[in-house]
Design a protein around this ligand. Structure first.
Ligand code: HEM
Length: 401
């Protein structure tokens, strides 16, 4: 159970410290900041906590750029290795060009096929867990589905999937946004193997294009390195975030049993429940920007060169936008959450993530009657990635046909 600090402690809390987020539920701090100091100055950055101010910043990329990184770790380091070449850390015309290039890969036709296989994978993985009576929902379901979906989108051939999934899982262990000790050796080896794999796949697609995302990338004038960086963007952007939304959703439904009963009784709630899970879990706790010029925000003067952290985890509980924001409500509509960001960098994989969550909720309704958390829930130590590392659950099968 994470401790809820008192707002009096604010000056002593280091929001950059990854362990603070693993051991504390900062809801009271965000609430206090929204009410009293919505653009709060720290030693090395600003914390923006209101919904309206987050929107102001992400809608003004010329004043608040992504080119120096989009999270505190890279922004405070002063550079991002993908800057100007990888979609999420690109601005202006190069961003628009890349975005147009990738968009068809996430259109209704491409997603239709992926959605079908997500449903099959979810049924299979959840079915195994239910037959066993339970297990770690993160490892056995939530960690599997998003990576499979990304492989499919990228056009990784069926026969290579198991190996690619294993390597990607290992490589991602080195991508902790808060790692201070550098990337561990096994993760580095897996990262080079995966890069090699995608280099080969890109060469194959160049020779014989398909209708997958890699074919879209190699069919353009991007360099080989840019192709690889953008494949990587999709893997990093879509793996852990979607996993945490799924796991956090199951945790919320287990905690608020009456909301699970509502959802079980009414299939029309699958869509709104998926949105509420996205709001409630907010897997990317903040997005970051760098001010390119002096600007005013929430009555404070931001200077050119300042780093701003937009805490979506707080904006998603803004009482001026959400009625009873601290209530998990599977029927909440409208739900203007900022979980996928907003503006030019709005998440490219949002529809895919939504499809993954809806498939999970549909399968839970079909195969599970009740579930409960059976062991301690551990939160990830990160100021960026927000969610649970493991979720031991017991599942009672449904008697429904
Ligand atoms: C952008 C969150 C799933 C790929 C973003 C941004 C956020 C976000 C907050 C905006 C970043 C910024 O403004 O700097 C999430 C969450 C997800 C999720 C919470 C799951 C619940 C996915 C998936 C994919 C993906 C499944 C792809 C497979 C991307 C890409 C961008 C992006 C490529 C960059 C878009 C751009 O810069 O134009 N995501 N994402 N995301 N996301 Fe996601």
């Amino acid at each position: 159970m994470r401790r809820r600090p008192d707002p009096d402690e604010l000056d002593r809390l280091d929001l950059l410290d990854p362990h603070l987020h693993a051991t504390h539920d900062l809801t009271p701090i965000w609430r206090w900041l929204r009410a009293n100091d919505p653009v709060h100055e720290h030693e090395s950055f600003w914390s923006v906590t209101r919904h309206a101010d987050v929107l102001r910043v992400v809608r003004a990329p010329a004043t608040f750029t992504s080119l120096r990184g989009n999270m505190l770790r890279t922004l405070l380091r002063g550079h991002d290795p993908g800057a100007g070449r990888m979609l999420v850390v690109t601005d202006g015309p190069p961003h628009t060009r890349l975005r147009h290039l990738l968009t068809p890969g996430f259109g209704p036709r491409a997603l239709g096929a992926v959605t079908d296989s997500i449903a099959v994978a979810t049924r299979e993985l959840l079915g195994t867990l239910v037959r066993r009576g339970g297990g770690d929902f993160v490892a056995e379901v939530a960690a599997q589905v998003p990576l499979r979906a990304i492989c499919e989108l990228l056009g990784v051939p069926e026969g290579d999937r198991q190996r690619v999934l294993r390597l990607t899982g290992e490589a991602m262990l080195g991508e902790s946004p808060d790692s201070t000790t550098g990337t561990p050796l096994p993760a580095r080896i897996a990262q080079s193997e995966i890069l090699l794999y995608y280099t080969r796949l890109a060469a194959e697609r160049r020779a014989a294009p398909g209708d997958d995302v890699i074919s879209l990338l190699v069919g353009s004038d991007l360099t080989e390195e840019e192709v690889l960086l953008n494949c990587y963007n999709l893997i990093i952007g879509g793996d852990e975030t979607a996993r945490l939304a799924m796991a956090g959703g199951v945790l919320a439904l287990a905690t608020y049993g009456e909301q699970w009963e509502r959802l079980r009784a009414d299939p029309a709630l699958i869509g709104p429940a998926a949105e509420e899970i996205l709001r409630w879990t907010t897997p990317a706790a903040h997005v970051g920007r760098l001010a390119t010029r002096d600007a005013e925000l929430g009555g404070r003067r931001i200077a050119a060169g300042d780093v701003v952290a937009l805490w979506t985890v707080s904006a998603n509980r803004d009482e001026t936008v959400f009625d009873e924001p601290d209530r998990f409500d599977v029927g909440r509509t409208p739900n203007r959450h900022l979980t996928f960001g907003h503006g030019p960098h709005f998440c490219l994989g949002a529809e895919l993530a939504r499809a993954e969550l809806r498939a999970l909720l549909a399968e839970l309704r079909a195969s599970v009657r009740a579930f409960e958390v059976t062991g301690p829930v551990t939160w990830l130590p990160s100021n960026f990635i927000n969610g649970v590392a493991a979720l031991p659950v017991a599942l009672e099968p449904s008697n429904r046909p």
